[in-house]
Design a protein around this ligand. Structure first.
Ligand code: GLN
Length: 483
């Protein structure tokens, strides 16, 4: 990002960027907590910590420049110099309250940083606060936050999506430059789509989950939310890599995306279009995504029609597996440890999932539900393998990110199934563990307001770099089109 370069050169100070971000937060978000008139993106703002961190970055850079450290070396050491980051409140931050959107953790102040958080700090980023989210990352609208709902900056009467809704709003409303989210079934991609920003879920295991409050461990992935693909890649590259504290984190070199040929990256790229993903989406979203894909075709991409027949089992399989894993993970929140406020306990959605999870794992039901869901997961993953490796040999699979644009606050809160259905396009890539990214591909007008539409691209497992290259090419190709 140009900003980070300017900070490294000393043309811009990290402190001034942090001040700017704090002022924007004050203007647009500050009133959330008390009066409900703000966007509700942040649960905790750490003004003091942010300014102190920014000034540490400025001093370290000034010293390095004095010592004659080359620009190149500085870039490698501080790739995120001075960038202001909002961190989903599911990541432990040392000395800074981490609620995971729950009253259960209302007073929890972690004694350590999550892996992703310490990587951000080491890379020169400045953490400005903790972003609002659905309680324990369960939800698709951020209305399950035990504190207050977040609002969509495109139309504050609408939801921003979830569960990383606060992180998406923070980026979309320029409260910070980039944000950290977590994605179990779509929680980075879906809110990014509904707020018109970029959300990237890397391959499962690419970024350590150490210090991320666990929801469903076989699905949880750490991912950046940013205003453009380049920024998402920059954050991803700073976070990715082996960490021995997470046994599922991969021991493979992290490949960087090569953006130098982005103007030619679409020529000959094979983009799979699976019809199943277009069945259940609104006519407006379908038309917007298809028009974007036609624009890619005009830029030289080859559209390959595909069938991914097991897509329709993804929602049921996900519900069973995520509930089963969450019931095991959340057993540690017993109302006594972690600064719980015992009077309140879990919200309705979390309680529903724990109950469902214990049920599907109980003797006599395990074969009927849990094991069948595991088999369905394998079939969904095979659909991806076939598309990437079979006759189709596509580089990426393109789908809408969400079946509709952002809906009105309150609309789906009483209907859990309608809420879960907003994730039907993102769940399959989570079950398969493949990387997927959402970029804005157009807008739909509702009640005379434009609302963003997301295009999701999924790639083969570990082909994160190639996926980002194609995503950047598409983002550039669509630039004038998206407006
Ligand atoms: N909305 C999905 C759920 O409620 C996914 C959430 C997530 O990815 N954390 O489970």
């Amino acid at each position: 990002m140009d900003l980070a370069r300017r900070v490294r050169r000393g043309e811009l100070s990290a402190v001034s960027l942090a001040r700017q971000s704090l002022a924007t937060i004050d203007a647009l978000d500050g009133a959330s907590n008390a009066r409900g008139s703000g966007l509700g993106a942040l649960l905790t703002v750490d003004a003091e910590g942010a300014l102190a961190a920014a000034s540490t970055v400025d001093r370290a850079l000034a010293r390095a420049r004095d010592e004659g450290v080359t620009e190149r070396a500085l870039e490698a050491r501080y790739p995120l110099a001075g960038l202001v980051v909002g961190v989903k409140d599911a990541f432990c931050t040392r000395g800074l309250r981490t609620t995971c959107g729950s009253k259960m953790l209302e007073r929890y102040v972690p004694p350590y940083d999550a892996h992703a958080v310490s990587r951000l700090r080491e890379a020169g980023a400045v953490i400005v606060g903790k972003c609002n989210m659905d309680e324990f990352a369960m939800g698709s609208s951020t209305e399950n936050s035990a504190y207050f709902a977040a609002k969509n900056p495109w139309d504050p009467s609408r939801v921003p999506g979830g569960s990383s809704g606060g992180s998406a709003v923070a980026v979309a409303a320029s409260l910070c430059h980039v944000a950290l989210g977590s994605d179990t079934g779509g929680s980075v991609r879906q809110p990014a789509a509904l707020t018109g920003v970029v959300g990237f879920k890397p391959s499962y295991g690419r970024i350590s989950r150490y210090g991320l409050v666990a929801f469903a461990s076989s699905l949880d992935v750490v991912g950046p939310i940013a205003s453009c693909v380049r920024d998402a890649e920059l954050v991803y590259a700073a976070l990715a890599g082996r960490d021995r504290r997470d046994a599922t984190s991969l021991d493979r070199p992290v490949e960087r995306a090569d953006f130098s040929r982005s103007d030619r990256a679409l020529a000959g790229a094979r983009i799979g279009v699976a019809r199943e993903y277009f069945d259940a989406v609104s006519a407006e979203v379908r038309a917007t995504v298809l028009a974007a894909l036609e624009a890619c075709e005009r830029a030289g991409a080859v559209l390959v029609e595909l069938s991914m027949p097991h897509t329709r089992y993804a929602l049921a399989a996900y519900c069973v597996l995520a509930a089963a894993e969450c019931s095991a993970n959340l057993a540690r929140f017993d109302g006594i440890r972690f600064g719980a406020s015992r009077a309140t306990g879990f919200g309705r959605e979390v309680a529903r999932r724990i109950l469902l999870g214990t049920y599907v794992l109980s003797a006599g039901h395990k074969e009927q539900h849990y094991e069948r869901a595991l088999r369905a997961r394998t079939l969904v993953a095979r659909d991806f393998d076939r598309a990437f490796e079979g006759d189709a040999r596509v580089d990426v699979i393109a789908t809408p990110t969400t079946p509709t644009v952002a809906w009105s606050l309150g609309d789906r809160i009483a209907d859990p199934l309608a809420m879960y259905e907003s994730d039907i396009c993102t769940l399959p890539a989570s079950l398969a563990g493949v990387p997927a990214i959402s970029v804005r591909c157009g807008v739909v007008r509702e009640q005379d307001r434009p609302l963003p539409v997301g295009l999701q691209l999924a790639g083969p497992r570990f082909a994160d770099a190639r996926l980002l290259e194609i995503a950047l090419a598409i983002e550039q190709n669509l630039a004038e089109f998206v407006g």
